[in-house]
Structures are given as C-alpha cells and as structure tokens.
Design a binder for this molecule. Structure first.
Ligand code: NDP
Length: 373
C-alpha cells in the first residue's frame, strides 16, 4: 500500500499530528504506571560482572489485559476510535521514530556524563559519536527507577498487538475480514500473549544481558517490532487471498510445531539454568562441563529456539499466500538477524566457556537446523 501511494500523499501522512503524539504519550505513561503499580512476579536478572543483579517485575500480561480492556470500554463508549492506529499508522510510525532519536540522544548524553562504576551504568565510550549513539553507552539505564530496556521491549511487543487489533477492527469495518486475516491475527495474538505469560524468560535473553541500550535496541523495540512485524496485517487489509483447506491445515501445523520447538527450547534452557539436574524429556540432562545443556532441544542444534522462532515467523506470513514477497518481510529479516545473532552469541560463548564450549561444539555440531546449517 505504501508503494501505491504517491509522494504527495505519503509525505503529509508521515508528519505526526498532535493526536498521534497524545496516543504515544498516553501509551508510555500507562505502561510506566502499570509497570510500577500492578502486581507481578519479581524476577532477579542474571548475575552481572560486579556481582549485582537487577530485579524485574513481570506484570506485562496483566498490564496488557487491562490496557486492552480499558481501550475496549473506551471504544464502546465512543471515547476512542478502535481505528485510531490503523488510520494513523504512518503518523504514529514517524512520531515513534522521532521519539527514538530524541530518547537515544538523551541516553547518549547522560551515558557519557555518567561516572557510575556499576556494571549496569558504567559508561562504555568508544569516542565515535555515531557508534556510541547506535550501540549505546550503558547496559541498563533507568529513568525514575524504571529499567528502560525492559520497558521498551514490553512497549514494542504490546504495540504490535494493539496495531493488529486496530487492523482487525478496520477489516471488520470495511467488511473485508478474511480467513487469512483471522489466521494471522490468531497466530500473532497467541505468540504475543505467550511472550507475556513467559515474560520472566526475557530477563536472560541476549538483548537484556549483553546489549547496551542505544538507538539500535530502542528503534528495534519501539518501531521495528510493532510496525514491521505487522506488515502482513496491513497487507491483508488491501489484498484478498483465497486459502484452500490443506493450506490452512499446513499453516496451522507450521505454527504449532514452531511454537513447540521455540517455547520448548527456551523453557529447557531456563529450567536448566535454575536447576541443572532437572530431567529433560524424562531423562537426566546431558551436561557439558557442569554449565551447558547438551540434551533435549539443545542436543539437536545449538540454537533450536531460533529454528522454532523462524517457523513461527513463517506461519504469520503464510496466510498471505505466495503472490507477493511483501508479507514475507518479517521471516526474511528474522532469518538474517538470527543467523547474525547466532554468530555473535557463539563468539561470546566461546570466550566465556572456552574448552567447555569446544566440547559442546563436538557434541552438537549443528547451529540452527540439523543437517542443513
Ligand atoms: P538465547 O536464548 O539462545 O540465549 C543465548 C545464551 O544462552 C548464550 O549466550 C548462553 O548464555 C546461553 N546458552 C547457549 N547455549 C547454551 C546451552 N547449551 N546450555 C546452557 N546455556 C546456553 O538467545 P537470544 O537471547 O538471542 O534469544 C532468546 C529468544 O528470543 C529466542 O527464542 C529468539 O528466537 C528470540 N528472539 C526473537 C527476535 C525477534 O525479533 N522475534 C529477536 C531476537 C531473539 P549464558 O552466558 O547465560 O550461558
């Protein structure tokens, strides 16, 4: 649809109106308040190099449910239009982009002027402005005691669902609701809800433990996740697809198998980190050097969780058929990202675990997809 627009229409719709700024402000304020006051399991983060551990309150599911309920009631009462996001998608995108630039400039300035020595806030300055702004200076910067990294990723994942719901409302209003749209909506909603059910697992992921908070991460969380992961939904608003029953069944299978592999692998690692003696698939785990799990999904490939995630991404695009490459943007991007990330993670693990990692490589030779890669 973006490609069909001429520049004269596209450019004005990119300029944020005051309404789109209000939407963003409301959203961030809600998330900040809800994150602080709603009850939730408090999880300790991984042990940082100075021995400290951050605490994360995992109340995302409650915050999301409450937000959807509030917005639903407001829509019913006519206070908010459920189409506000679908109608103002481009404006919201540019408002979010401007926010990302501003907030990361502030992070750059405060990071550079920090003299904190803790692992979370110690400044890592290369001296190259673009590099430091892009990759960030501090590991876990905070604002009013809110952990910004955890906050932004939560905002991005919830934003994706809110965009999808608005697209759904638009397709109902246009009378264009299709089987494809229903499949896409169900798969994404299940994936996002599952993310928040298991929000505590997020606290040990690469982004949280290894990446500093710079433009790359803030942009990735706030803009990339919600606006590009929903491309299939936007596309389905403007394109009709006829799905056969076997195609629907195959699509559901890709989703279910992808989910089992993705969630199963992440769960096995999480449980293993908590208690390395917990049985994996009913048997005592195979452990390398007392630290690395080499059975279950982690004995099939060194990043089976990425394989599951890639299958899920594919399942979100298959409802769009194969007439256009546009809806396949997300799985294509994820394939590139996860291959790159897997390489970086291997380097990190090789440095951290040394000969234990070499032994693990001997036991589990496949990176993501057994017998292929
Ligand atoms: P992982 O959850 O795979 O974490 C990698 C870390 O796990 C390693 O650095 C190491 O950390 C530990 N580890 C690796 N192998 C083993 C092993 N055999 N036994 C025990 N510990 C091990 O990576 P990510 O954080 O990148 O990804 C988490 C999830 O998020 C994945 O499912 C991924 O698909 C998803 N994701 C989704 C994205 C999206 O855009 N949809 C983007 C990025 C990720 P340690 O030092 O703690 O041992």
């Amino acid at each position: 649809m973006l490609l069909d627009m001429d520049l004269g229409v596209l450019l004005p719709s990119l300029i944020p109106s005051s309404q789109s700024v209000y939407v963003l402000v409301f959203y961030f304020v809600y998330l900040a308040v809800a994150g602080e006051i709603l009850p939730g399991k408090v999880i300790r983060g991984v042990l940082l190099s100075d021995g400290s551990q951050l605490r994360y309150r995992c109340n995302g599911l409650l915050a999301l449910t409450l937000l959807v309920a509030i917005l639903g009631i407001c829509a019913k009462l006519g206070i908010v239009s459920p189409l506000v996001v679908a109608d103002r998608g481009l404006e919201l995108l540019s408002a979010t982009f401007i926010f990302c630039v501003l907030v990361t400039l502030v992070l750059y300035i405060t990071g550079r002027s920090s003299s904190d020595k803790s692992s979370s806030l110690k400044p890592h300055v290369s001296g190259n402005l673009v590099h430091d702004w892009w990759f960030g200076i501090q590991l876990n910067p905070q604002f009013m005691s809110i952990d910004l990294k955890f906050f932004f990723v939560r905002a991005g994942m919830m934003g994706w669902l809110l965009i999808n719901l608005s697209i759904l409302a638009k397709s109902v209003q246009d009378s264009s609701l299709s089987q494809s749209m229903i499949l896409y909506q169900i798969f994404c909603a299940l994936y996002i809800l599952d993310y928040f059910v298991h929000e505590e697992y997020m606290t040990s992921t690469w982004d949280i433990i290894a990446e500093r908070l710079g433009f790359m991460l803030v942009f990735g969380d706030l803009l990339w996740i919600p606006f590009t992961f929903s491309i299939q939904g936007w596309w389905l608003l403007h394109n009709k697809v006829e799905l056969t029953v076997p195609a629907i069944v195959a699509n559901c299978l890709v989703f279910v198998i992808g989910y089992l592999v993705f969630r199963g692998a992440n769960k096995q690692k999480h449980i293993f980190k908590k208690n390395p003696k917990t049985p994996i698939w009913g048997k005592p785990p195979v452990v390398v050097g007392g630290k690395l799990l080499a059975s279950g999904y982690w004995g099939i490939a060194r990043h089976c969780n990425y394989l599951g995630d890639l299958m899920l991404a594919l399942s979100f695009s298959l409802p769009c058929g194969i007439s256009s490459p546009v809806p396949y943007f997300y799985p294509t991007y994820l394939l590139i990202l996860l291959i790159w990330r897997e390489r970086r993670d291997e380097v990190r693990c090789a440095e951290k675990y040394k000969e234990i990692w070499a032994e693990y490589l001997r036991l589990v030779p496949w990176r993501i997809l057994p017998y292929v890669y």
